[in-house]
Design a protein around this ligand. Structure first.
Ligand SMILES: [Zn+2]
Ligand SMILES: [Zn+2]
Ligand SMILES: [Zn+2]
Length: 136
């Protein structure tokens, strides 16, 4: 038996509240990205908009989720893979289906060009077309 073990430390989140768990579970359940609008709708019976924004910010700072811009400048969030509270490694491109609006993280490498006298830190690449389900 380990005495004095802190069970609630989850990355930088000291106390994992019920609301945080609810939002995290949405990302754990599927690899698809979620727009801020759809997240707010999904949890509207449990928390208000401000809480959702605050939780998303916190989870992003903790390296659990990352955000990017989709079609029409809408903000999307998706689960991170191997990111930490110190650094995100999310230079992968994203894909948005023009038929069903599904958004996915793509696990392909994109070569970022070296630009003279410029330092590239992040890449926001959105590819659009039809997803697997819409193609068949
Ligand atoms: Zn990340
Ligand atoms: Zn589709
Ligand atoms: Zn992604």
């Amino acid at each position: 038996m380990q005495q004095g073990c802190v069970n609630f430390v989850f990355m930088g989140i000291k106390r994992k509240t019920k609301s945080v768990t609810t939002v995290l579970n949405i990302f754990e359940a599927s690899h698809d990205a979620k727009s801020v609008v759809s997240l707010i709708t999904l949890v509207k019976n449990e928390m208000n908009k401000t809480t959702v924004y605050r939780i998303l910010d916190r989870l992003e700072q903790d390296g659990l989720i990352h955000s990017f811009n989709g079609k029409d400048g809408l903000k999307w969030y998706a689960k991170c893979n191997g990111c930490t509270s110190h650094k995100h490694f999310d230079t992968h491109p994203h894909f948005q289906c023009t038929k069903c609006d599904k958004v996915e993280c793509l696990t392909v490498d994109i070569s970022i060009p070296n630009i003279k006298n410029h330092n590239i830190e992040t890449a926001d690449i959105l590819l659009m077309g039809q997803c697997e389900a819409c193609c068949s």
